[in-house]
Every structure is written in C-alpha cells, then in structure tokens.
Design a protein around this ligand. Structure first.
Ligand code: EPZ
Length: 423
C-alpha cells in the first residue's frame, strides 16, 4: 500500500503524449482469446489492470512476449477455461473473459465479480443476454459455470447501454451461428476500438459507435496487429490538473471527437483549448467559472469517469455548480475528502452541490477508488502546503507512473510506501 505526498503551488504545464487506453485494452486483451493465431498489440499501457489481465491470459495457457509497449500473444495452446474468483473480485473487467472463452471454447468458469466502492456493479445484463444466446449458466460456490453446444445469434435489447455488457455480447456474438443485433448498445470509443480489433481478426461487425450494432457470426478468427487508442480519461485528468494550477498544457495523441462532452464543459468554465494537428492545447484560464450543472451519462454524454476531477476543479471556480451522477450509485466519496481540504460540497443522493472559491489546504486524505484518488491528487496540486493521499494501489490500476507523469509537467509529487492500511 503506498501513498502520495504532493506539494501544492506548482503549475502543471508542458507537453505530454497520452498513454494507451485502459478501458480499450482490457476488452481487447480478452478478445485475443478469439484469435486462433498470433496477435500483436502496440501502445500498451504499463498499468496494474493491464498486467493482471496479461497474467490471466498466461494462466489460461497463452504464450506472451513483450518488447517495451508491444505485446505478442499466441493463444494457440490455451489449456484452461477457468479464472479464479479472487482475480475477478479484484478486477471486475475479468468478466469480459466470459464472452471470449465461450466464443473460443464454448465453456468458461469464472469467479463472480464483486462490487466496488463506486457501486454494486451487477452483471445481470451480461448474463441475461448470454442465456438468450444459448449459454447455460450455473452459479456454484461463487463461480459461474457457463457452457453451450451452440452460440445462437439473437436480437438483444439492452435496458441500459452498459459498456461491459455491450463488449461481452460482442465477444460472444462474433462467433455465434447467425446474426446478432445489439439494440441500445453502448457507444463509447472503447466499443469502437474493440469492434475494429475484431473486424481485423475477420469478425463481421457493423454499427459500433452507434446504439445499434450488427454482428454476423463467423466460424474462425485469425490474428492481427492493433495499436491501442489514447486514454481519454487520462487526457482529461491532465487537462483538469493544468486548469486547476494555472498551467499551459499540450497533449499529443488525442482524438478530439472522443472528448467533446468534457471539452464543452472546459469551455463553459473558462478554459480555452485548441486543436493543433495531433495536439490538444489548453492555455491557463484567466478565471474559472462554475454556475453550471454537469450530468454524467453514457457516451456521448459527460463521462462518469471524469466527474471526480471536475468536482476537484470546480471547488476553485467562481460560483456554484451542481454535479448529477447518473451512472454509479456511490461516486462522490472523494467529496468528503475534498471537504477535509477546505472545499464546501453538499451531497444529496446522486447530486453534489459544489460551492466555489475554496482555498484548499493540504492535509491527509484517503482515496477509495481509481478516479476518486486521482481527483485528490489534483486537489493536492492546487492546495496550499502538503497533501498526503492514501490509495496508491487504486491509482496504479489505471495510470502509468502518475508521479513520473506529473513530475515531468512540473508537479511536486512522490510515492511513499504506507506503513498502515488505507482507511
Ligand atoms: C466501464 O465499466 C468502465 N470500465 C468504467 O470505468 C466506466 O465508468 C463505465 O464503463 C461507464 O462508462 C472498463 O471499461 C474496464 P457499465 P462497466 O456496464 O462496463 C449498471 C474506470 O474508472 N449495470 O456501463 O462496468 C452498472 O451498475 C472505470 O476506468 C447493470 O445494472 O460499466 C452501472 O450503474 C470505473 N447491470 C451502469 O450499468 C449490468 O449487467 C454502467 O455500467 C451491467 C451494468
């Protein structure tokens, strides 16, 4: 367990090339099981969720080699269909191995994924869809035992555009007998990336990125090369850090269309951004304004993953802001810690009212999830004095060397080993 020590008062400024996307790479790593020969993945992020997923693939019998950010994965000799419960408990995205293993072997045994601090994280949409597609699912001693003789194409109507459920259905449907249509599908860029990867492997998928995705099942998928797109949430984290400290930042590798909702909010609060070729630049805001409402939702609406960073940022703005969190039921836990730093935030269910013009003071705070802990680091950069942020184990799941990243941009941050458990 580690904690960060952050010295406030230093601008986060300069140039940075955004890493490969955590939420794109995890489903695509699972999807490699569907390719019956070698897959080469480039621009891989060095984060613990990626490395854990690689370890799962190796335990399933894959042969994996790495050269810097390029991984070569050979699944020709997979010899297991079982993923241990504790792995799935720790990393919910392991649920995506269900669709991939069933698509490859028609069998899968997976630990039941737990919830986490941001919400219950049920998987009913995944399992209901799979049962409609001919999968027999039995739950025994905390494990899901899944099998089928035939994967059947089907019209799936999702009551909510779940990212994970859309991804899992794609992983199963690409090898189904007949056609599958996903109605009310998630439209996130990570869905588009997964569909593009599967198409390059020979899958027949149309409409990814819209709310209706058509998949014509095929009997075999081959290997391919694929380069992961940038991490839009890491990019947003960097932009918020720069805006909170009066910095001037330029990000390389950014696809603007993946960030429209957050860029719109940046504009509304006084941040001027520009696209210069492959660079996204943002100059120091003269004044940050709030007096707006931010409501999270499925893409292309404002991303829930960016909500914690804007909560930190808006404590500094002129005015009062309302954040409405519609995706997860417990995603305001970082706000209590921000109040310990001097912020004034009223939480009422799924609504957080943020009073601006706070003078944040460094103190000891405790992160409880990936994005909430990152939001506390951002607050530390804008605070007076020193802030200690516990919860490094959460941050390392989704950010590659966050101390190196921010240090290269002028931030004063170090990672120390904690002698006691996080709260
Ligand atoms: C993905 O989680 C991301 N994780 C999350 O990012 C992100 O916050 C989320 O999508 C929303 O954009 C990865 O891609 C690895 P959902 P996922 O299924 O797939 C409910 C981060 O910080 N639901 O779209 O789990 C669910 O409870 C992480 O990078 C059901 O009710 O999100 C939630 O309220 C955090 N039943 C809502 O849907 C189901 O079967 C959205 O969940 C599935 C989901």
């Amino acid at each position: 367990m580690g904690h960060y020590v952050v010295e406030g008062g230093h601008k986060i400024s300069g140039e940075f090339t955004v890493h490969g996307s955590k939420n794109a790479c995890l489903p695509i790593l699972a999807a490699t099981l569907l390719a019956e020969d070698e897959v080469v993945l480039e621009n891989c992020p060095n984060i613990s969720d990626f490395n854990q997923t690689i370890a799962i693939l190796e335990r399933l019998g894959c042969t994996i080699t790495q050269e810097n950010r390029t991984y070569t994965i050979d699944t020709s000799k997979i010899d297991s269909v079982e993923i241990k419960e504790e792995t799935v408990q720790k990393m919910r995205s392991s649920i995506l191995f269900l669709g991939a293993l069933l698509g490859r072997t028609k069998k899968a045994i997976l630990g039941y994924p737990g919830g986490c601090t941001i919400g219950k994280r049920p998987i009913d949409l995944h399992l209901n869809s799979f049962e409609k597609m001919g999968i027999c699912i039995e739950e025994e001693d905390g494990f899901l035992h899944c099998s089928t003789s035939h994967i059947l194409g089907y019209h799936i109507y999702l009551p909510y555009p779940s990212v994970g459920a859309t991804e899992n259905i794609l992983l199963l449907a690409v090898k189904a007998e007949g056609a599958t249509v996903i109605h009310n599908a998630a439209q996130e860029p990570e869905i588009v990336a997964l569909a593009e990867f599967l198409r390059r492997c020979g899958g027949e998928i149309y409409g990814a990125g819209t709310s209706t995705i058509f998949i014509e099942g095929v009997t075999k998928l081959h290997g391919t090369n694929f380069c992961f797109p940038f991490d839009r949430i890491e990019a947003t984290t960097l932009l918020c850090a720069s805006a909170m400290t009066g910095g001037d930042i330029a990000l390389a590798g950014v696809e603007i269309s993946h960030m429209s909702a957050t860029l719109d909010v940046f504009e509304k609060i006084g941040c001027i951004w520009q696209q210069k070729g492959n660079w996204l630049t943002m100059e120091p805001p003269k004044q940050l304004y709030s007096n707006l409402t931010i409501k999270t939702g499925p893409f292309p609406l404002f991303p829930t993953d960016a909500q914690p960073f804007f909560a930190s940022l808006l404590t500094l703005a002129e005015g009062t802001c309302m954040i409405i969190e519609t995706v997860f039921e417990q995603r305001f836990r970082h706000c209590k810690e921000l109040c310990k730093m001097g912020a004034q935030i009223d939480i009422n269910g799924q609504r957080a009212k943020i009073y601006g013009n706070a003078h944040l003071m460094g103190t000891e705070v405790y992160g409880t999830d990936l994005r909430g802990t990152a939001a506390l680091i951002l607050a530390g950069f804008a605070a007076e004095g020193t802030t200690t942020i516990h919860g490094a184990e959460f941050v390392e799941r989704g950010y590659e060397d966050i101390t190196g990243m921010f240090t290269s941009l002028g931030g004063q941050i170090q990672l120390l080993e904690s002698c006691h458990e996080s709260k």
